[in-house]
Ligand binder design. Sequence first.
Ligand SMILES: NC(=O)c1ccc[n+]([C@@H]2O[C@H](COP(=O)([O-])OP(=O)(O)OC[C@H]3O[C@@H](n4cnc5c(N)ncnc54)[C@H](OP(=O)(O)O)[C@@H]3O)[C@@H](O)[C@H]2O)c1
Length: 265
Amino acid sequence: MTDTTKPLAIVTGASSGIGYELAKLCASQGFDLIVVADEPAIHTSAESLRNSGANVESIEADLATLEGNDRVHAALGGRRIDYLLANAGHGLGRDFLGQDFNEIRHVIDTNITGTVYLIQLIAREMRAQGSGRILITGSIAGYMPGTFQAVYNGTKAFIDSFSFAIREELKDTGITVTCLMPGATETNFFERADLMDTKVGTQKKDDPADVAKDGFDAMMAGQGDVVSGWKNKLQTAAASVTPSGVLARQHRAMAEPGTAKTPEE
Ligand SMILES: NC(=O)c1ccc[n+]([C@@H]2O[C@H](COP(=O)([O-])OP(=O)(O)OC[C@H]3O[C@@H](n4cnc5c(N)ncnc54)[C@H](OP(=O)(O)O)[C@@H]3O)[C@@H](O)[C@H]2O)c1
């Protein structure tokens, strides 16, 4: 059972990558945790997180479904919820016409529908309590049309925008909403999205622990957003003043199959 005197955090997508690092930071701050992912690996991650002394409940649920998100909400069992780190998400590379529609749908249902649904469920609890902090993992991908990752970048443009909109709506409720916008980060993301023969999939990437720390600190400070890493800050600043057609062409050079870097590059 969790200790009711400690803050409680839900971290989705906590089995690996950025989410696992976010969960570690929560545990290091003495929070109790509910961690969620779709595969049994979430229970192994929960076991490691318990080594730091945190009380951790793990839930295996497909967050692309409303039912999966309802199970996360039900796990609160009426307890106060202090933090929601809505991080679960995945990508899908290759050409749009060649993609399997079920996979396209799973990206949209995870990154948008499930994320929005869970945030609404939990933010209503937080509003009733009069406080809470929400961190949503968006992406700098939301700044650029994602040629050869068209649907994924679209989902992150949605999330980046949605995050700021609800932050403004909730500003008098005691709830803060922060959007973490990572650039390319060394996680399972690229393998899962079938991007390993692309430049973005094979280039040097950011450390997920650094990215998570930027997001966690921004959430604790109640900031609106944080772009992790100075190169990514420059990239988003440039993207804001670059025509969309140019950005789409630049994205082709990063994400088109066959653009992978060779070892001597
Ligand atoms: N890596 C990057 O370059 C990068 C850049 C910008 C933004 N992001 C965003 O960062 C977030 C975390 O990704 P990551 O890079 O850390 O990749 P990752 O290591 O693959 O982690 C993704 C996490 O999300 C979970 N997840 C995905 N779909 C799910 C579903 N339908 N239901 C439940 N859990 C689900 C995964 O669990 P299962 O394995 O159990 O499905 C895993 O725990 C994502 O929102 C991603 O879009 C990543």
